[in-house]
Design a protein around this ligand. Structure first.
Ligand code: MF3
Ligand code: CO
Length: 254
């Protein structure tokens, strides 16, 4: 089951998380029509290294993920691969997902994502983004020691589906700290056969992935980019949280 982190470990993750938040905001600031996802990735990698961290996603998995920032546009849900020929255009939405090990030597991991508009976006698309951000807020407001995971995920599911959106099921949030992905798995919906109780000192990356159509996804030919099967839009937000006695702390906050 989930490793419990010490106060010292959480303090270090908090330090890295605050830096990661700043880095992600700086990357988001250069999002505009005409910018390539490669430029966003280069900026993220440069800022992570300047901060004394290591990009956690670079060379992750098999085949090795080539970027430092996952850049997922419109129907792409997560793990979009940065490319020089992938140019943002007015009206797009883009999920920027970034992980960092901090400090570079013997560091701990944090993970955070936001979805941002490119220029002006339509009101329907804005609603999708708002509902997804709100889903992450439901985690923030409900995580606490002693609570069952299914109770919190159930609130997220009820809200998102109640608004008429889909919640991706085949990808989950995760424990984080000594690696990018640790136990436990954090499904954003209720699975009757899966549950656990939240405990003080757990560090969890919660990441609702919301779609404006069906929740089915597929992986593209680049082996990484995940998109909705029906090619309807998707949004994604993520924070790294520490579970406390009375609630939680956003470790990737300002
Ligand atoms: N935040 C993403 C996740 O938890 C990180 C993906 S790993 C990468 O799934 F290899 F795609 F970078
Ligand atoms: Co994650």
């Amino acid at each position: 089951m989930a490793k419990i982190k010490t106060k010292e470990e959480i303090a270090l993750i908090r330090q890295g998380g605050k830096m990661l938040n700043k880095i992600l905001m700086q990357v988001a600031e250069i999002v505009r029509p005409g910018v390539s996802t490669f430029e966003l990735d280069q900026m993220g990698e440069k800022l992570i290294r300047q901060a004394g961290g290591i990009p956690a996603f670079k060379n992750y998995g098999q085949p090795p993920y080539p970027g430092s920032v996952c850049t997922s546009i419109n129907a792409e849900v997560v793990h979009g691969v940065p490319r020089k020929d992938r140019i943002l255009k007015e009206g797009d939405i883009i999920s920027l997902d970034v992980g960092m090990r901090y400090p570079a030597e013997n560091g701990l991991y944090t993970d955070m994502a936001i979805t941002v508009p490119v220029g002006k976006i339509g009101s329907e698309l804005q609603k999708l983004v708002d509902v997804t951000r709100q889903a992450l807020d439901i985690y923030k407001d409900n995580l606490r020691a002693g609570e069952k995971w299914s109770k919190v995920a159930g609130k997220v599911q009820k809200y998102v589906e109640g608004q008429g959106y889909g919640l991706v099921r085949d990808l989950v949030g995760h424990g984080v700290g000594h690696a990018v992905h640790e136990e436990p798995q954090l499904p954003n919906y209720v699975i009757p056969t899966y549950d656990f109780v939240l405990r003080e000192g757990m560090v969890l990356a919660c990441e609702p992935m919301v779609t404006s159509g069906d929740y089915e996804i597929e992986t593209m030919e680049d082996h990484w980019t995940v998109a909705t099967k029906d090619r309807k839009y998707s949004a994604h937000f993520e924070h790294t949280f520490a579970i406390t006695k009375t609630g939680c702390e956003v470790l990737t906050g300002k």
